[in-house]
Design a binder for this molecule. Sequence first.
Ligand SMILES: O=C(O)C1=C[C@@H](OP(=O)(O)O)[C@@H](O)[C@H](O)C1
Ligand SMILES: C=C(OP(=O)(O)O)C(=O)O
Length: 428
Amino acid sequence: MPKRQVVSHTIDSPTVTVPGSKYLANRYIALAAIATGTTRLSNLPQNDDIEAALEAISQLGAVVTDIEPGVVEIQGITHYSLSDTAHINCRDSGTLSRFITAVASNLSSEVVVDASEQMRQRPMREVSQSLRDLGVSVDSNRLPITLKGPIKGGEVELDTSRSSQYLSGLLIACLKAETETVLMLKGKTVSSSYIQLTKNAIEKFGGVVEEVSSTQLKVPANQQLKAADINIASDVVSSSYFMAAGLLAETSVTLNAFDFDSPQGESKFYQVLEKMGAAVERHDSQLFLSYQRPLSGITVDMGDMPDVVPTLVVLAMFAQGETHITNIAHLAFKESNRIVDLCDELNKLGANIDYDEDSIRVKGGQTLSLAELSSCHDHRLAMSFALIGIKLPGITITDAQAVEKSFPRYWEFLQQIGVETQVVATAS
Ligand SMILES: O=C(O)C1=C[C@@H](OP(=O)(O)O)[C@@H](O)[C@H](O)C1
Ligand SMILES: C=C(OP(=O)(O)O)C(=O)O
């Protein structure tokens, strides 16, 4: 399994432009597939999840044309019935698995949705059950799933307490349902800002979702979405690693084209860092963040910033005092169990991290010693763990290629800001 070691660093006030948002791209690709006409997406991130998403919509009959690196045109599906069963491989992508199962329910022919072994373990029951309630034939509550639409619409209850992706997927799927759909939410909606991200994306394609109340959404029937021309904003989660790198190296970092207007919870991560003691300034679309003094631990609800919790935990290990991260039970259902796996791996270094099913408590300032950490095949663990090398050179991460899911050029970006890493030979 590829291992990578962080060798040394010479970070000095770097400026970084991170690739386009995987989150926005996932939504635009799904919507482009069911829109009429040809959508053009630029600043499209190039990573495993997005490659899988483009392949998936092609399987459903959309036509994807590469124009140049980072620019694609997508002609929406014209025939919602295919002559053969379509087979989709979502690889490691939770978002794609949830979104494409929903989108595929618009077809009146059979579709098989599958994914990697790791993704097969992540929950899908809520998607399968609600699609059945909306008139789709669905054979399983776990991947691989064989389904056959078309989706009819109607009333459905949806439990959003494990993932918001179920609702985002259904909102997209129901835009073309035969009758109006009323979605009644059960349980606490986790990662709720992602729903707004989905609604904004739907609006860009001319679609309509009505919010009847905080627990009820209505999707008018048979909507004709219009193709769009979109330049994808930068990825707010990928930005978090460079903010953390700057703080760990006790320098500053400038992030170009930061998506300040994003509704995504993680776009406010810099405010958490500000509360911990970082200095933050905004210059037009640039975010300037600098080290002032050792960070202080805080108590923070990260329920709506799930994907930067690994970044925060790593920073908290080097902060003064205790950091208490709350409202994160849904992190158990990510690529790894991002409570248990994250903390157990970091404790191998001598960190002092406790957790329960909904929270993490980090006592900062422990004396750490070198150890090999596994990414647990989770890109966010791999990327966050590498940052520890700024304080603890020599740290090694196994299964480091997990970064390919969202940020294949991560190691190159680290090198550009002055963090040297190298591949370590593994015994065969
Ligand atoms: O809708 C999305 O794009 C996502 C929603 C979040 O998942 P949950 O709603 O499962 O927390 C997030 O963690 C995931 O990386 C992407
Ligand atoms: C959880 C993530 O993605 P997904 O759910 O799409 O696999 C992520 O990118 O951190």
